[in-house]
Structure formats: C-alpha cells, structure tokens
Design a protein around this ligand. Structure first.
Ligand SMILES: Nc1nc2c(c(=O)[nH]1)N[C@H]1C(S)=C(S)[C@@H](COP(=O)(O)OP(=O)(O)OC[C@H]3O[C@@H](n4cnc5c(=O)[nH]c(N)nc54)[C@H](O)[C@@H]3O)O[C@H]1N2
Ligand SMILES: Nc1nc2c(c(=O)[nH]1)N[C@H]1C(S)=C(S)[C@@H](COP(=O)(O)OP(=O)(O)OC[C@H]3O[C@@H](n4cnc5c(=O)[nH]c(N)nc54)[C@H](O)[C@@H]3O)O[C@H]1N2
Ligand code: SF4
Ligand SMILES: [Mo]
Length: 914
C-alpha cells in the first residue's frame, strides 16, 4: 500500500455547498460547517449559529476533514470462512444472521441473543435497535458502551429525581459564580465547554473554577483551586461537605421540607465518618486548609455548579459519588435556577440520545421503566409489537461473561470496539472467540473487535449518515450527510431494519431517518399527559415534521412540547417548579455510605492504575488515528509515573516499561508528566492492536462494577511496573508500510504522507544494513541508500531516497536518544532533499538552526515546543497572550493554553537560573 496516496484516499464527490452538521466526537455537540471541495477534501469550520459552540471548534473537531478518507474503510459485507473473509451481498450476510438468530431464539429463548451498541449511534439507529430487541425479540439483552461511560450518572439522577434528567444547560456554566469540576479533564475532553467557562471568567473574574482530580491535569493548570484527592475518595469529600453545610446552617429548610425526602438519613450517613473535616482531609489525603477553603467557598456561593464526568462515574462507588454530589445541591435548594445544579457532562456525541431511547439494558424507550407493567404496556401498545422484554437485560460486563459462559450465543456489536474498551479486555476476546455468531457493524475494516467477527457489516460514517444526536444539555442537533455513501455501506438504522425484516418482524419499514425520528418523538408524548407525573422527556412537539422540516431542524432542547396553537416550547432548564418525577413529586436525598475502591494495592501490585484520555485522540483511534495533525501532540502510549516511584521500581523516563495487573499486561513508555501523585500511574485508553503491538490498557483493568449502575471501575486497578528490557531502539519514517513481524514492540503513528514507527527489539542484530533493508522492504541493491554505521556503539541510520525525495529513513541505537522526529517529518514535506538535509540525515541532527520545531504543542497551528521555547527566550515573552500574539499558538481552540503556560513557567525559570 502506498501511504502517500492512500492516507489521503478520497472519494469522487460532487460538491454540495456548505452543510451544517454536528461534530462526530464529544458530548459538547458543537455545530460544524462542512464544505466538500472539488478535490475531494472537506473544509471544516465551526457553525457560528450553533448555540453550543457559536463557531468555535477544538482541535479534534477542526481536524474532522482529515478523517473522512476511504482508506481502511469497511465497504462491503463480509463473512468469515476457514480461509479468511469473503465478500458477500447484503442479502447473504443478513440471511445468514437471521437464520442463526432464529435458530438460537427457537432453541434457547430470546435471552440467548444480544446487541452491544454505542453512544456513537444516531438517535434513529439507537431507537430502531431498542425496538428490535425489547419489542420484537422480546429480550432486554441490549446494552451499550454508555454502560462504561455515564450509567452511574443515569442511576444517580434516577434515584434523586425519579427520572434521568440533566437539570441544566451550558449557559448556566457562564452564569455560575463557581464551577466545580469533579473527575473531569474538561480542558482536554470537553474543550469548547472549558473555553466557555474561561471566557466567562475573563469577563467576570469572580467566577471561581475548582477542580477535584487526583492528577494535576491540564484543566487544573487554569483552575483557581485544585483538590488533588486520593483516587476513590469523592464520597468522603462530598459527605463531608453535606455535614459541614448542615453544621454551619447553609441549608434551605423550607425547600428540604416541601420538596425533598430522605434528608435526615442522608445526613446521618454522612455524619458517620465525615463529620470531622480533619478526618475527611486525611482520608482524601489533602491539606485540611484546602478542604476548608473549598467547603467555605461552596457554602458561600449559591450559584454553584458541580459538573462531573468519568472520575466520578467510572467507579465501584460511581452512583454514590453522583448522589453525594446531588445531596450537596439539594441541601441548599441549589437547583432549578440559573447558574446552579449538579451537571453530568456526557462523553459521546449521542450518549444522551441513547438515554432517550432506553439504550441501556435496564431501561425502556422514552424514559419509561422496564420494571413497570404500565410503562411496558404503553410502549408495547404504541409499537403494536408481538413481544415485550419484562426484566432488565445483561449489563455490558455481565453480557460478555454470559457470552464466554455460552449463555449468550449470538452477539451483534455496533459502533463500539469492546476488545479495546471493556475492562478485562482479554476476557472480552475469550468471549468472542467462544461465541457462535459474532456480527460487527463498523466503518473500519480492521479493528481489534472485527478480527473476531464472523460477519462484518459496513456502516455509513460521519458525513455520510443522517439523523440526530443529543448533547449534554439535552439539545437535539442534526448530523447531516455531505458525502456520498461509499461502497455498499448503509446507515445503522437501515441495517437494523433490514435485519428485522429478515426476521419477519413488521414495524421496521421506515422510509427514511425522518420517519424514525417522528416515531421516536411521538412515543415520547404517547399517553404521557395521562400519567400521574408526566415524564419530562417529551419531545412530542417535534413529531409530525415534514421531511423538509426535519432536514432543516435547528438545534432544539427537550422538553419540546407543542401548545394548542402549535407552537413548540422548549425548556433550557428543569425543576424551576420544584416538581420532580418521583410519585410524590419530591426529590430524594440518598444516603451514601463511604467505601474504598474494590481492590486495594498489595505487595504484588503496589500501584494504582488510573486511565483516561489525551487531548488529540478519540477512544480507540479508528478515526482520529487517521489524522497526522492529531498524531503529533502525543504519539505513543505512555505511563505517567512519579519520579520517586520510577526510581523505586527501576524504570526510567523515556524507556519502555511493562505494566501488569491480575488481569493482563501491556507495554508503554515511561513519562514524568509532573501531575501524578506517588502511588499511582496514569495510562491513556487509546492505543490498541491496530496502532501498537501491546499497548491495550483495557487488558489490565479490573472488571469490578458499581453495584447499582454496573459501570466498571476504570480508574482504579492495582498494578505493578517493571522494566521492559530491550537491546535496541529504532524508529522509521516511511511512505510505504513496513514489515513488523520480528519486532518486540512497535507503535504506528500517522504522519503527513508517511507513517512513523517507534520500535524496540530484544534480538541481536548482526548485519545492520540487511536488517534495515528487510524491515523497509528495500531489496534493490542499486537503490539510492545512504547509511551510517558505528558497529561498536550499535548505532545505525539509513535513508532511502527516490527521485531525490526522501522515501524512508530508519534510525537504530541501543539508547533512546535519537534524532527529532519533528525535524525528520518536515523533510517528508519536501519534493527534493537538499545537500544540507542529506548531511543532517547522516549526522543524525538538523544542520540548520530552527529546523527542529520539537513535538507539537498547538495542533491547530502546528507549533512545536522548541519554537515556543525559542520565542520565549529570544523575544523575552512573559505571558501566554504574548506567545499567542507572536506565534498564533493557543489562539484558536485554546486547548493547548495550559501547556503553553507550563512551558512558559519552565523556560522562564531556566532563564532566571541562567
Ligand atoms: N480528547 C478526547 N476527548 C474526549 C474523549 C476522547 O476519547 N478524547 N472521549 C469522550 C468521552 S466518551 C468521555 S466519557 C469523556 C471523558 O471525559 P473526562 O471524564 O474528563 O476524561 P477522563 O480522562 O476519562 O477522566 C477524567 C479524570 O478523572 C480523574 N479521576 C480518576 N480517578 C478519580 C477519582 O477517584 N476521583 C476524581 N474526582 N477524579 C478521578 C482522572 O485523573 C482524569 O483526569 O471525554 C469525551 N471527550
Ligand atoms: N480503561 C478505560 N477504558 C475505557 C474508558 C476509560 O476511561 N478507561 N472509558 C470508557 C468510555 S467512557 C467509553 S465511551 C468507551 C469508548 O470505547 P469504544 O466505543 O469501544 O471506542 P470507539 O473507538 O469510539 O469505538 C467506536 C467504533 O465504532 C466505529 N464507528 C464509528 N462511527 C460509526 C458509525 O457511524 N457506525 C458504526 N456502526 N460504527 C462506527 C469505529 O470505527 C469504532 O470501531 O471506552 C470505555 N473504556
Ligand atoms: S468540543 Fe471538540 S470534540 Fe467536542 S463537540 Fe466540540 S469540536 Fe467536537
Ligand atoms: Mo464515554
């Protein structure tokens, strides 16, 4: 495969003008303007009219155009046979699936089949998948990767409010006087929301930003207060806060009496071991003065928002963490008014749409309860369906256990990559290996999960598919197609509907996405007013749209109801009337007892593994991994460890280490990021079998789950770290794929017109030149091949030049200290190598000053670390604003501002020290 062509693989398109759509990534749900160009590329800009982002985009959103190429796409249905995959027709693929499902259901009942779906499906896809399983197959064995993401938030809201309701909207973040971010690296994971908060603080410096996170993240760099609590101690912290608020009288007695239940029990539970702030500070391992400062600020600030994400949800006490936070809002009646409340920030673009359609195994469509006979009746009547699931289905982790045990015999995985993202990911592999029929719907041909699928189904991807997504503030936005469908790919809802029809089910003859949306909107209002307490999830005002109205639907928040005159009324925030969804109309305090994470460190596994995201990659990298812009910021998996722990465990910065747990092992490069506390390590979630030989962190993660929500404890696994001994280090930049068979450890990184490989090996290399030629596939002895060798030092470098242009280069050393990748990458952008470049290549460093820009800091403008450091020194820059004025860095999405700030401090300290 020729990468220089292939990574740009483009489809022939007839330009359609600018299409307004919604970003493919995070739950902020930014509006995007996409303009396909005549040359097949797509120009991307922020949609100025979208209320979530008003024209701004973060670096991932800005780079969307680099990810829509057809290279690596899954384009045709395929079936696995003894000798590999065979291309088949849709008819054959669906026929094979339907025959097996029918046989399994007939013999073992409906619970022997399952769907495992995703918050990256559109609401229309998600709705049809749920209808199929719950109303036609008659099983609730449909769960979603959102189980791994925000099921604790759902459980907490349902316990407190009686319905899964996010009470706030984004504007509230700008109206608040204090924003507390708990377990949320917002600067990197929800960058546009973070920018909105920062902008609000610029205008109103009194707005206080507090971050509660065991790591000092990029988000903390710009916070007013950071509480680096010991991981897993959030319930102590918030129970302590509840106790404190009650003690100092920061309570709203009338609100508690009139609108809530359970206060006394919750307070009593909090007082058991959290009444003394000193004791709480000790458990949380923070300075008591810091704790008191936070408690005092919280007590004094009515307009406080507590926003939380995975540091809260992904815990064996996730639901309790959520309720401990909500309790602290209920005690002061701080909810339902502008600028205040408990805010679950959702991760995926359509996590919220999944909640609307009942995407989780324990929910029913339109926020109805699977456990309630009257609700089941409403839904079944509306669907006019032959069956109805009667009890909750298997939650993700249990589902994969049941597959391994042979209880579930056929599974259909859709828009998620469980072999990478589930905890104990090797168990997931064993499960799929054993399963009689694994079907995977994806947009990519090669994923870790697809390798175990018997049937592969090609889905339309972002830019090709059409439908709606709902963001964290309940705002429904359209994703619109602006590219033609590639190969034989179909929209997920279409695939599910075709399958349902093959199963003989009526009720799936939707004409288009608009028809599915209409049915979903109608169900949300069906018999809703007749309920004692109408569900807040009601978007019936959006039912009955004409196809043109659906096509042009503007972003709109639910509830969205139509009045008698036909005007749609949408609500930005909930609970202004103090009416909650429990039978008595009141909210509930939930007693939250403290408990430590499920597994503590021990002699064999003395460190705690925390996992999460980096700024420029999305999940398992099937899409962001295609972008060279996004590859530069952090290009390899790493394990962030405190320098003293590194010393203790015999690992060194820059070198490879093996990290292992009771469940599995992986390899990553040791890093001292400066933000990690002693006793823990942090590893990103993104790298997997397609991008690295052995950097799949899911294999290590403890599969223990929260007892209420079933959400796994992704942030707390006992691990050990050991040296990963190798004899040599090497890296390659190449316009063509290389042969990695004999390499002990590798990572593949997308470059602009080349791929970069970081390699390490254990074998002894006899003939350097022969070794290099074999890896790069250059057997022509007449090739333009420059090389340098120092046999005694074990150092070797070679450059393969074709038509005066660099084609490949390889560097080998027993040590990690090799030339700058950024400088070499810049040579691939040239049509011709100059003499000075050739000299540089052989001496292994740039000869020209400034040629090495260093690793990318600002991905939007491609500004490297060295460039920033040089500018600071040479132009005596003092502030981030000056760096931005000088180099543009940080001037677009702003996500690199925390890093620029760090570099600035560091460089100025070095300058001062001479
Ligand atoms: N760049 C990027 N952005 C993304 C994504 C992506 O893949 N890449 N994915 C999206 C998705 S699906 C999601 S769910 C969100 C996730 O967004 P976030 O929740 O912000 O991201 P994470 O990095 O998973 O974890 C957040 C923080 O929780 C902290 N933490 C760990 N343990 C504890 C604890 O016990 N208590 C507290 N208080 N904090 C703790 C971690 O140190 C980490 O900094 O991001 C979304 N946005
Ligand atoms: N250790 C650890 N593990 C984690 C987490 C963590 O913090 N730590 N976080 C968890 C969380 S919050 C999440 S959300 C998950 C995410 O984990 P996954 O959902 O497994 O990750 P993705 O890479 O987003 O997988 C999406 C898949 O769908 C494909 N795809 C993209 N678009 C479409 C489409 O339109 N249709 C179809 N059919 N397929 C499509 C992609 O190619 C990809 O294979 O990871 C979880 N796992
Ligand atoms: S913040 Fe970035 S990733 Fe999230 S929706 Fe907006 S542009 Fe997309
Ligand atoms: Mo997520």
């Amino acid at each position: 495969m020729n990468l220089s062509q292939d990574h740009l693989a483009i489809r022939p398109v007839a330009p359609v003008g600018t299409v307004r759509t919604t970003c493919a990534y995070c739950g902020v749900g930014c509006g995007v303007s996409a303009t396909p160009q005549a040359d097949g590329t797509v120009a991307i800009a922020g949609d100025k009219q979208h209320p979530a982002n008003l024209g701004r985009l973060c670096v991932k959103g800005s780079a969307l155009g680099e990810t829509v190429g057809l290279d690596g796409r899954l384009l045709y249905p395929q079936v696995r046979e003894a000798d590999g995959l065979r291309r088949v027709s849709w008819d054959e693929a669906l026929g094979k699936m339907a025959a097996k499902w029918r046989a399994v259901i007939d013999e073992h009942g409906p619970d022997a089949v399952a769907l495992y779906v995703s918050g990256q499906l559109l609401t229309e896809d998600y709705y049809v998948a749920n209808k199929l399983m719950k109303g036609y197959v008659g099983s609730a064995n449909i769960d979603t990767n959102s189980r791994l993401c925000m099921s604790s938030a759902v459980a907490g809201y349902k316990l407190a409010f009686g319905e899964d309701l996010v009470p706030l909207c984004y504007d509230d973040l700008e109206l608040a006087d204090m924003v507390v971010l708990v377990g949320s690296n917002t600067a990197w994971c929800h960058p546009i929301l973070f920018q909105r908060i920062l902008k609000a603080r610029e205008a109103r410096p009194d707005l206080k930003l507090v971050v509660i996170d065991p790591r000092r993240t990029a988000t903390c760099e710009l916070a007013d207060l950071h509480l680096p609590i010991k991981s897993g101690t959030d319930v102590w912290l918030f129970n302590g806060l509840l106790s404190y608020l009650s003690r100092i009288g920061a309570v709203a007695p009338d609100f508690i009496t009139d609108h809530t239940n359970g206060f006394d029990a919750a307070l009593a539970a909090a007082n058991i071991d959290c009444a003394d702030p000193l004791a709480v500070a000790k458990v949380c391992r923070i300075d008591p003065a810091l704790l008191i400062e936070f408690y005092e600020a919280f007590a004094a600030t009515a307009k406080t928002i507590t926003a939380y994400s995975m540091g809260v949800n992904q815990s064996s006490a996730g639901t309790d963490k959520v309720n401990a936070i909500i309790n602290c809002h209920l005690i002061g009646g701080r909810i339902g008014q502008p600028g205040m409340g408990p805010f679950s920030i959702t991760g995926q673009p359509n996590a919220m749409g999944g909640r609307e359609v009942g995407g989780l195994a324990n929910m029913l469509a339109a926020h109805m309860d699977l456990e309630r006979a009257d609700h089941r009746d409403v839904v079944q009547t509306f669907w006019d369906s032959p069956a109805m699931a009667r009890r909750g289905g298997l939650k993700a982790v249990d589902l994969f256990k049941a597959i391994e045990e042979g209880k579930v015999k056929a599974v259909w995985v859709m828009a998620t990559n469980p072999l990478v993202s589930l905890p104990d990911a090797d168990q997931a592999r064993r499960a799929l290996e054993k399963c009689e029929l694994v079907v995977a719907s994806d947009i990519m041909q090669n994923t870790d999960t697809n390798a175990y699928a018997h049937v592969l189904l090609p889905a339309l991807g972002w830019g090709e598919k059409d439908g709606t997504v709902t963001n964290s503030e309940r705002r429904i936005s359209r994703q619109r197609a602006f590219l033609p469908a590639p190969g034989e790919a179909l929209g997920d809802w279409q695939i599910i509907s075709l399958f349902a029809q093959r199963m003989g089910y009526a009720g799936f003859d939707f004409a288009d996405a608009a028809a599915v949306f209409d049915e979903h909107a109608r169900l949300s209002g069906f018999r809703n007013e007749a309920q004692d307490i109408p569900r807040a999830f009601d978007m019936s005002g959006l039912a009955g749209l004409t196809p043109a109205e659906y096509a042009e639907l503007e972003p709109v928040q639910w509830p969205a109801r139509r009045d008698a005159a036909g005007v749609v009324h949408s609500e930005a925030r909930l609970f202004a009337d103090h009416r909650y969804a429990h039978g008595d109309g009141k909210a509930r305090f939930i007693a939250t007892a403290t408990r430590a994470p499920a597994n503590a460190v021990c002699e064999d596994y003395p460190l705690t593994l925390n996992t999460g995201r980096v700024r420029d990659q999305w999940h398992t990298m099937t899409r962001t991994g295609k972008s060279h812009t996004l590859a530069d910021h952090i290009s390899e998996s790493f394990v962030d460890i405190h320098p003293q722990d590194a010393l203790l465990h015999g690992v060194r910065e820059g070198e490879l280490a093996r990290i292992s747990s009771a469940w599995g092992a992986m390899v990553a490069r040791v890093q001292h990021g400066g933000g990690i506390a002693r006793g823990s390590v942090f590893i990103p979630i993104h790298w997997n079998g397609q991008t690295s030989s052995d950097a799949r962190v899911g294999a290590l993660v403890n599969p223990v789950v929260d007892p209420v929500s079933g959400e796994p404890e992704f942030k707390h696994t006992p691990v050990r770290i050991d040296q990963f001994r190798v004899n040599w280090h090497s890296f390659i930049l190449s316009r063509t794929e290389v042969n990695l068979d004999s390499v002990a450890h590798w990572t593949r990184i997308q470059g602009k017109a080349f791929a970069r490989y970081e390699l390490a090996g254990r074998n002894t290399i006899g003939d350097f030149s022969a070794w290099a030629r074999a890896l790069l596939g250059v057997d022509d002895l007449d090739a333009d091949w420059l090389e340098y060798e120092d046999k005694t030092a074990g150092v070797y470098r070679a450059v393969h030049v074709v038509d005066d242009r660099i084609e490949q280069c390889i560097f080998l050393s027993p040590r990690q200290d090799m030339p700058s990748r950024a400088w070499l990458a810049s040579l691939f952008a040239r049509d011709q190598l100059s003499e000075i470049d050739r000299v540089g290549l052989l001496v292994g460093m740039p000869v020209e000053k400034g040629a090495d820009t260093g690793p990318t800091v600002c991905s939007c403008f491609g500004v490297g670390r060295n460039t920033i450091c040089n500018a600071i020194v040479e132009q005596d820059l003092q502030t981030v604003a000056q760096v931005t004025a000088c180099l543009k860095a940080g001037g677009n999405c702003g996500s690199c501002v925390p890093e620029i700030k760090k570099i600035l401090v560091h460089t100025r300290v070095e300058l001062a020290a001479g």
